[in-house]
Write a protein that binds this ligand. Structure first.
Ligand SMILES: *Cc1c(COP(=O)(O)O)cnc(C)c1O
Length: 351
């Protein structure tokens, strides 16, 4: 029946999300969700929400939610854009800033949604190689491009760039938008948000899905100078005026305001990550030093795909990227200490 499809749809290669199995209970270490429940303040905000209000459209500007983000980062409201998950913010950003004459650039090992958006919007992309240790050399990126995007920490390598390196990158490419996708920045990195006032070409994108335990609510945001935010608003208002529903506005606001809970969840993930790193090394894995809520680990004496399948059979789900440059590795999300102990115990029995 594909004769009904547009030429664009015929040529799409959609993103494949990590499995969300519905048939069996797994120790789920495959999609980098937060192991902890959303803040009690979020639960309270939803409990107290007047459900009869759902007959109304939400605030198209999601002002209360944006204000809570502005307050957290001490930024003016006109530097904040919100969307239905950072994936939507990323998609709008590709359309707003990257659909130009020259190609854009991103690392050859990175978030696999970037080539999908480039393909969707018919944007040429060049990949610059990460180094042997997976680090990014910011001086290796071609100047003959109309945009640059990279996650920091990078996904799925977990490699982190210091603000000084981001600054070098921004200075070298003053005439194009540089997007830093900070989905994992809260697990030990320093945000580039502090560079926004200095660089008119910087857009920082973050999400509530990882460090704020709200993957199911779908909230992402961008921070940049007002001219960049205005471009995103133009795209959003040409696509869907109400991407953030009423529950997401009140719950997201509560999540942003509960700084102590957020910090304590991140701290626990960081501690458990260190424990897991040590345990995996002792079991013969080579682990990349991580600043994210996952570890990229290579079983040195075993086939990675076999380990993935053995774990799955024993009720532990991790992410394996077949046919990729990291097909010797497993990406393991950091969960509660007790679930990570289960992982280590199962690994001891299957290896
Ligand atoms: C998880 C992730 C996102 C998407 O997050 P959502 O806000 O849930 O859409 C974006 N970028 C990277 C690198 C991610 O890992």
């Amino acid at each position: 029946m594909s004769q009904f499809w547009s030429d664009i749809v015929k040529n799409l290669t959609p993103y494949v999300p990590g499995e969300q199995p519905q048939n069996r209970e797994y120790v789920k270490l495959n999609t980098n969700e937060n192991p902890f429940a959303p803040s009690p303040k979020v639960i309270e905000a939803i409990d107290h929400f007047d459900r009869t209000l759902l007959k109304r459209y939400p605030d198209p500007e999601a002002t209360k939610l944006r204000q809570s983000i502005a307050d957290f980062y001490n930024k003016p409201l006109n530097q904040i854009f919100v969307g239905n998950g950072s994936d939507e913010v990323l998609a709008h950003s590709f359309f707003a800033f990257f659909k130009k004459a020259k190609p854009i650039a991103f690392p050859d090992i990175t978030y696999s949604f970037y080539p999908v958006y480039a393909n969707l919007y018919n944007i040429d992309a060049i990949e610059f190689p990460v180094q042997d240790d997976f680090s990014i050399d910011v001086n290796s990126i071609s100047e003959n491009t109309d945009g640059i995007i990279l996650p920091n920490p990078n996904a799925p390598t977990s490699k982190y760039l210091e603000p000084a390196e981001i600054k070098t990158l921004l200075k070298k490419h003053p005439n194009k938008v540089v997007i830093i996708d900070e989905a994992y920045i809260d697990f030990g990195g320093e945000s580039a948000v502090n560079l926004v006032d200095e660089f008119e070409n910087l857009l920082v994108i973050q999400t509530f899905s990882k460090s704020r335990s709200l993957a199911g609510l779908r909230i992402g945001f961008a921070i940049g100078q007002p001219h960049l935010i205005e471009a995103l608003q133009r795209v959003k208002n040409s696509f869907n005026s109400y991407p953030i529903d009423q529950l997401a506005i009140v719950a997201g606001q509560a999540a942003m305001q509960d700084v102590d809970y957020f910090q304590s969840c991140c701290d626990q993930v960081i501690q458990t990550r260190a424990w897991t790193h040590t345990q995996l090394q002792a079991l013969g894995f080579e682990c990349i030093e991580s600043k994210a809520n996952f570890i990229l680990a290579k079983p040195l004496k075993h086939d990675a795909e076999k380990v993935y399948l053995d774990l799955k059979e024993n009720g532990v789900l991790v992410r394996y990227f077949k046919d990729s440059k990291i097909s010797d590795y497993l990406r393991i999300s950091i969960d509660t200490q007790s679930n990570m102990k289960t992982l280590i115990d199962v690994l001891k029995s299957v290896l």
